[in-house]
Every structure is written in structure tokens, then in C-alpha cells.
Ligand binder design. Structure first.
Ligand SMILES: Nc1nc2c(ncn2[C@@H]2O[C@H](COP(=O)(O)OP(=O)(O)OP(=O)(O)O)[C@@H](O)[C@H]2O)c(=O)[nH]1
Length: 537
């Protein structure tokens, strides 16, 4: 069974031993205020051992694999991309593209499939170790206090992990960007902007350790972690490095001076606005910080921890409200995702990446090329269809009715038992009214032709546009009954804070984020991972 990327666990969990300790301590000792963070933070050596165990498992999987998955997949998709673009075909003639690619991709996907996890038995997970330690501890350590028992358990767990972990080189500090302008003395080691192709490389560096720690905090086991997840988190962290550099270093300098006073709050306000967090979201954050500050003075670490909680809660609010914590196509039924957004926002690229994600997550997928306004749009979406090995339903005529394409796409989807139909729509028409009319018409056709389908309407937004992008978004939110946002181009922008503006100003949940131009550079949004990447050290 394919690993379902849409349903990947990505919420902070209290399942890790460290987190269990955290919960128990907070229950035993005090209300969970950020001040308690230093005493409840997972032990650093524990986390390092976790990262080493994860590293060993991935290494083992790669050794077991006949061919390197990512490298071959990329090579195949590149080869497909370079192939001449298929000529316009009538819907009836659309046949499955490049079947040999499918078979190669399937065969190389297998080693990272979750089913293979069982075959890797050389390392025990933190959770398993913990389970084993617990009874012994309760038998032998029953007379100890909670803290003493927790320390003893941690020691035992760590020893078990260390026994199974291999020797790996010490994490290498990634290149220090000499351009970093910071008024702090502790220059942060930062990833550079260059996009080295690390997809197939396995390096035990800072990025690996950080990513493993983020996964550990979400209750993951070392043997369940795949190189793709590590690579994604590294990419996300690197993508947000500009924003982080601008916010965190200075933020630390401000809060590091001591308890926050009103001047410090004003400085934080300016920093947030610079990162395109927007006035509304900034006001909310400042208000929340001030409320906290009125009651107590916060040391630097606690202030950052508290800020993380505020941001995470903000990003989670519309997700909770939508009552769809997991945004995934439903199996064995037709799901239709309408993709909207202005030209250039990354709509076509997003459709291609989503098609790929969907395909490799085991959904029968189809694309409907309903952006008939711009001649090149259909060709572009076809190229992405070829890359992701997903059929594209289009109409060969010029300026054809997009609603007719959608009609045909639904017919084809029904005939093929499609589970996810991704529909490209026009990003620009002669005027706002035409655009709204067209989107409404497409929606009507869907409701009529596929009344039982699960329909979602996603707005693709370019993060680099910051606040300007949000203004463009308004017309779509009026016309398309939006159910969420895909935030693209988060790599290399200093405006990563716009994610907070999106949820506050548009009131929409972020469902996916794009952090690069490659086919693997889009994943479901996790508020926990995003905030960690935004405010990590
Ligand atoms: N760096 C980066 N570039 C991206 C990302 N997503 C899309 N792009 C680039 O943005 C440009 C526009 O992307 P498209 O997918 O063509 O955008 P569109 O909204 O379909 O716009 P049209 O093609 O004009 O219809 C392309 O060069 C993409 O490679 C991303 O997450 N990061």
C-alpha cells in the first residue's frame, strides 16, 4: 500500500516519551506556561540519539533498496519532461501516458513504503524502548519520585538507543551566510539560498537533526521516518531562512535583553509587519503577548515558546473551524479540487505537484485543463500531467468553454473511477465580473454533473507577493466558495509571515505549501512544522 502523503501525521503529539514526561510533569506540577519550558524540554542527547537511530534506519533502507528511489524517479520524470509534448487529443483518445514510467516509479517507490518498515528490525524505536523500560522501571524504581524515575527511564532509554544507533559524523554546521545582518552577537548558522539537490543525499547534518527532532516531537518512531520527510522539512526550514533571519535573530536580541517591556513589544510589532504578517495578525499577536506580559515577565526562551504557541493557534484556528483537520481526498469516491488563483501564482505547478502527490499516495488521479483563456495554460498543465504521469483532459479548440471541459473531465473521471480530479481554472479574464461568472458556471456544472462528489476550492497564493497577493485573492474568495489556500514560493522569501495574514485576513485554512519548483516541493501544511521552521534556532 502506498504511503498516503495527504494523511501523513503532522501534528504535535504527546506520544513521545519526552512529551509524556512533559504532560505528566505539567499535570503534576504546574499549569503549562511557557516558563515551564526549560524544565520540560526533551533532553538534547535523547533527541540526538533519536536522530541517529532515524539516520541509521534510512541508511539501511537505502542499502536494501536496489536503486535509489528519488534519483531514479527524478531521472525518469526528467526524461519524460524532455519528451516532445503530446499533441492535442480528443478526450476519447486520451490514453495513459508513459506506462513504463509508472512501472519504474512503482518499483522504486516500494522501498520507502511504510510496509517495508517491518523489515527493518535493527533499531528499536523510542516508543518501543519506552514501552519496554516502563514495566522494569515501575518494578524497580517504584520508590523513587516522579522526577527521579523519569531521569532513570530516560537514562535507560538513551542507553538502548545508543546501543542500536550507529556512529555518524557529528552534525555539520551548515554554511554561515556572511550576508546575515543581525544585531545579535550569536550569529545563527544558516542555510544558503542556493538550491543544492539533496533529495537523494543522506547527510547527518544540522538540518537532519532538526528535522528528526521535529518528527520526534510529533510522536514518530525512528524507523518510520523516510528520507522524503526529512528532505521536505529541511527544504521548509531552508525556505523560511530569510524570514527567520529577519525575525528570529532580532527577536532573540529583543527578548534576550530581559523581560519584555512596551518598547520591546513595539520593536516586535515592527518586525512582524516587515515579515508581512499584516496589521490584523500583528495586532492579535501583540495583544496576546502583552496580555501575558502584564501577568509575568518572560525569559527569552519562554517568550519564544509562548510566541510559537500563539502563532500555531492562529494557524490552526481556521483548520479547526473547518472541521477538517486532515485535508485529503476520500478513497473510492470522486473528489474534485478546483484550483483558482491569479496567473503566475504557481497554479499550474501546484496542480502538477498535487497530481504527483496524489498519484504516489495511491489515488486514481485526473487533471481537467479548464484554463482555456490563456492558450499556453493547457500546454503547461499537460507538461505537468506528463511529469506526474496523470492524464489531462482538455479541449483542442481555442477559447473553448471551460465549463464544457469540466463537463468532459467529470465524464472521464466517472468512466475511470477517478478519486481525485484536479481542475485548472483561469486566473485572469477581461474583467472581474467575467472571472466570477466563469467560476460560478464551473461550480454549477460540477454540482449538476457530479452531485455526490466531494468538492473543494483551493486558492493558490504567491507568498512572495505578501500583502499584495492577499488583495488579489479577494475576488476569488467572493467567487469560488474557497475552502483553503495553497501558499507557494515559500522558499527564499522574506515574507513567510504572510501565512499568518492569510489566516487572519482571509479566514481561510492553509492546506498545502510549496517551497520550490520541483515536483516534490509541495506538501500538506502543518502549523506545527511551519512554526518550528519559522522560529527554530
Ligand atoms: N521558487 C518557487 N517557484 C515556484 C513555486 N511554485 C511555482 N513556482 C514558479 O512560479 C512560476 C509560475 O508558476 P505557474 O505554475 O506557471 O503559475 P500559474 O499560476 O499557473 O501561472 P500561469 O502559468 O501564468 O498560468 C513558475 O516559474 C514556477 O516554476 C514554488 O513553490 N517555489
Amino acid at each position: 500500500m502506498a504511503f498516503n502523503w495527504f494523511r501523513r501525521q503532522h501534528n504535535e503529539s504527546s506520544n513521545t516519551p519526552a512529551e509524556v514526561e512533559k504532560t505528566e510533569q505539567s499535570q503534576d506540577q504546574a499549569p503549562s506556561t511557557p516558563d515551564a519550558a526549560p524544565t520540560t524540554t526533551p533532553d538534547a542527547s535523547d533527541l540526538l540519539a533519536f536522530a541517529k537511530a532515524a539516520y541509521k534506519n534510512i541508511q539501511q533502507k537505502q542499502q536494501d533498496a536496489p536503486i535509489e528511489t528519488e534519483a531514479v524517479t527524478e531521472a525518469v520524470t526528467e526524461a519524460v519532461t524532455e519528451a516532445p509534448v503530446v499533441e492535442e487529443q480528443k478526450i476519447e483518445e486520451v490514453t495513459s501516458l508513459a506506462p513504463e514510467v509508472e512501472s519504474v516509479e512503482e518499483s522504486v517507490e516500494e522501498p520507502v513504503d511504510e510496509n517495508t518498515v517491518d523489515t527493518v528490525d535493527s533499531t528499536e524505536s523510542v516508543a518501543e524502548v519506552s514501552d519496554e523500560v516502563a514495566p522494569t522501571a515501575s518494578t524497580n524504581l517504584s520508590n523513587l519520585s516522579f522526577i527521579e524515575r523519569a531521569a532513570a527511564e530516560r537514562e535507560a532509554r538513551q542507553q538502548r538507543l545508543m546501543q542500536s544507533a550507529i556512529d555518524v559524523p557529528a552534525p555539520q554546521a551548515e554554511k554561515i551566510d556572511v550576508n546575515v545582518v543581525s544585531d545579535t552577537s550569536d550569529i545563527e548558522t544558516e542555510e544558503t539560498e542556493e538550491t543544492s539537490d539533496f533529495d537523494s543525499d543522506l547527510e547527518f547534518d544540522d538540518g537532519f537533526v532538526w528535522s528528526a527532532e521535529v518528527l520526534a516531537a510529533q510522536g514518530r518512531r525512528p524507523e518510520d521516518i523516510s528520507i522524503e520527510e526529512i528532505n521536505w522539512l529541511k527544504k521548509l526550514r531552508r525556505g523560511l531562512s530569510k524570514t527567520r533571519r529577519n525575525i528570529v535573530n532580532q527577536l532573540k536580541a529583543i527578548v534576550g535583553k530581559g523581560p519584555l517591556n512596551s518598547a520591546a513589544v513595539t520593536e516586535i510589532e515592527a518586525l512582524l509587519l516587515q515579515a508581512d504578517v499584516g496589521v490584523e495578525a500583528t495586532d492579535y499577536i501583540i495583544e496576546a503577548l502583552q496580555t501575558k506580559l502584564r501577568s509575568e515577565a518572560l525569559p527569552a526562551d519562554a517568550a519564544i515558546a509562548y510566541l510559537k504557541t500563539i502563532l500555531k493557534d492562529m494557524l490552526e484556528a481556521p483548520i479547526q473551524k473547518s472541521q477538517k483537520n486532515v485535508f485529503a481526498p476520500e478513497k473510492d469516491t470522486l473528489n474534485i479540487w478546483l484550483m483558482t488563483g491569479v496567473n503566475g501564482a504557481g497554479k499550474t505547478t501546484t496542480i502538477g505537484k498535487l497530481a504527483h502527490l496524489s498519484q504516489k499516495s495511491g489515488y486514481r488521479t485526473l487533471i481537467g485543463a479548464a484554463d482555456t483563456f490563456r492558450a499556453a495554460a493547457v500546454e503547461q498543465v499537460k507538461v505537468w500531467g506528463t511529469r506526474s504521469n496523470v492524464e489531462v483532459i482538455s479541449n483542442p479548440g481555442k477559447n473553448t468553454d471551460p465549463a464544457a471541459v469540466v463537463f468532459d473531465a467529470i465524464t472521464a473521471a466517472n468512466a475511470r473511477n477517478t478519486e481525485l480530479l484536479l481542475v485548472d481554472t483561469a486566473g485572469r479574464l477581461q474583467n472581474k465580473k467575467n472571472l466570477m461568472d466563469e467560476l460560478s458556471k464551473v461550480r454549477r456544472i460540477i454540482d449538476k454533473k457530479a452531485p455526490t462528489a466531494k468538492v473543494e476550492s483551493l486558492l493558490v497564493l504567491d507568498a512572495t507577493l505578501g500583502q499584495n497577493g492577499l488583495r488579489q485573492a479577494e475576488v476569488f474568495s467572493q467567487a469560488a466558495q474557497l475552502s483553503g489556500v495553497v501558499l507557494t514560493k515559500l522558499d527564499g522569501t522574506a515574507k513567510g509571515g504572510v501565512a499568518l495574514a492569510v489566516v487572519k485576513q482571509l479566514g481561510l485554512p492553509i492546506r498545502f505549501i510549496g517551497a520550490g519548483e520541483g515536483i516534490e516541493d509541495l506538501r500538506p501544511f502543518s502549523s506545527y512544522e511551519f512554526v518550528e521552521a519559522l522560529l527554530s534556532n
